[in-house]
Design a protein around this ligand. Structure first.
Ligand code: URP
Ligand code: ZN
Ligand code: ZN
Ligand code: ZN
Length: 469
């Protein structure tokens, strides 16, 4: 007999939608049919969509910061918030600090996450110190052990890689078949802009946006694409914010380069105007992230890109810092210059509702495209497919039951994170997750997280489909 039957749902995949029953046994989907027979647990999903559980491929949890700043979410609260937002898998980063061995970094993150996660997780690595030891031994061994992706930064004092280092990392990624995620913003240009703005007394959070204009992102995107062409490796440009970097990606795709791209909720739901706060005050710090949100023209461009395949995945870039906290946005110095405000905003719980509402409910993208961007493509890009990312016989029973017509006003009071605000306060959405099912077990239902920390498993990943697998 089946463990669980989900009846009367409309099942949506990246390819199509069908009305059928879903039969679950031992955590996996074993039947999709008109009539699957009896089950121990009955779930009536009349009026709901059955979507593959959301896969958030870009999440920062418990990542150490300089200057005494701490992230608002660790693995427990971050994955709890993810479950409440309709997600069953998240991919946080394991950051190598300069001078640290990668292996050591990875072990520290495993220790921090152990027994804490409500949803399945798997780490991307962040390479900040690509020494011969790291490139020659540690990384190849880690890729073979299932850490098949890593992120590199083209900016930030304590993380930036120069072009020679980027090329070495790309070259290794080709040899080992690992997916590189690139944070594309030009370091020197940002430093120049920040200095000039500060000299002119322009220090409010809003000037964070002026210090990193689209040209800075466009240039770095172009440079990363050129290095990827040179080394003949697929890469993913992450958190693409607007029209200008998008045009570089479109150029690359048109020329047959194997370039993938990600965008995030902040680039369709916020603009640089939000960084002005109430009156160019510190309230704007709530929206400081990098790249910064742009303007309405860029939002329009992002929608075109979400439709036409310029973007492959849609992730949150959840990177939460408490607002009213000297260990968060209000750290020492932050009120004297935007340069000290920690970069990043929370969004793991609001990613799916915002894309669904602004995209599907408003007719900008299809349901199938929504599923592709938020579950199927991330699974394929990061070596989790076909176990994750679709509703199919043999796959893990990771399913989100979604009410497409529920109207909700997003507010901090609804959130399950440990941050003290949401940048989407007051945002009205149509469409909301009702129930999140992880490997057959309900972990979230009607507003309540009912799973336990430790329900989530750690996933060793395979090779990205970008390598033709
Ligand atoms: O501002 C952001 N996005 N902070 C998080 C780190 C990153 O660059 O993704
Ligand atoms: Zn980044
Ligand atoms: Zn980011
Ligand atoms: Zn990020």
């Amino acid at each position: 007999m089946l463990d669980t039957a989900i009846r009367n749902a409309t099942i949506v995949t990246a390819a199509d939608r069908t009305k059928a029953e879903i039969g679950i046994k031992d955590g996996r989907i074993i039947a999709i049919a008109e009539d699957i027979g009896p089950a121990r647990e009955e779930i009536d999903a009349t009026g709901l969509l059955a979507l593959p559980g959301g896969i958030d491929a870009h999440v920062h949890l418990e990542q150490p910061q300089g200057g005494g700043v701490v992230m608002a979410d660790g693995f427990e609260s971050g994955t709890r918030s993810a479950a409440a937002g309709g997600n069953t898998t998240v991919l946080p980063f394991a950051l190598q600090q300069r001078g640290q061995s990668l292996r050591e970094a990875v072990e520290a993150y495993h220790a921090a996450a152990k027994g804490k996660c409500y949803v399945d997780t798997s780490f991307h690595l962040i390479i900040t110190d690509p020494t011969p030891q790291v490139l020659g031994q540690e990384l190849p061994a880690l890729v073979k052990a299932g850490y098949t992706s890593f992120k590199v930064f083209m900016t930030y004092d304590d993380m930036v890689l120069n072009d020679a280092q980027l090329i070495e990392v790309f070259d290794l990624a080709r040899r080992e078949k690992a997916m590189v995620m690139v944070h594309a913003e030009g370091y020197d240009a940002i430093r120049y802009m920040a200095r000039r703005l500060e000299e002119a007394g322009k220090t409010a959070p809003y000037y964070h946006a002026e210090s990193r204009p689209q040209s800075v992102e466009r240039e770095a995107t172009h440079r990363a694409i050129s290095h990827a062409e040179l080394t003949n490796v697929p890469i993913t440009i992450v958190h693409v914010s607007g029209r200008e970097p998008m045009e570089q990606i479109q150029w690359a795709k048109k020329h047959g380069l194997n370039i993938f791209a990600e965008t995030c909720p902040q680039y369709i739901a916020l603009t640089a105007e939000d960084l002005k706060g109430l009156d160019m005050d510190f309230e704007g710090a709530k929206y400081v992230c990098s790249p910064p949100p742009r303007d309405l023209d860029s939002q329009k461009a992002i929608w075109e890109g979400l439709r036409d395949g310029t973007f492959d995945i849609f992730s949150s870039d959840h990177c939460p810092f408490r607002f009213d906290d000297p260990k968060g946005k209000n750290v020492q110095g932050a009120r004297s210059s935007f340069r000290w405000v920690p970069n990043g905003i929370p969004g793991i719980e609001t990613r799916l509702p915002i894309l669904f509402s602004e995209g599907v409910s408003k007719g900008r993208i299809s349901l199938e495209r929504f599923v592709a961007l938020t579950a199927t493509n991330p699974a394929k890009l990061f070596g989790l497919y076909p176990r994750k990312g679709s509703i199919a016989v043999g796959a893990d029973a990771d399913i989100t039951l979604w009410d497409p017509s529920r109207e909700v006003v997003i507010s901090q009071a609804l959130m399950h994170h440990d941050c003290d605000y949401t940048p989407y306060e007051g945002f009205e959405v149509t469409g909301w997750p009702v129930r999140t099912i992880l490997r057959g077990q309900t972990i979230f239902c009607e507003g309540d997280v009912i799973g336990a920390p430790g329900t989530g498993a750690y996933l060793e990943r395979g090779t990205s489909q970008a390598f033709g697998g």
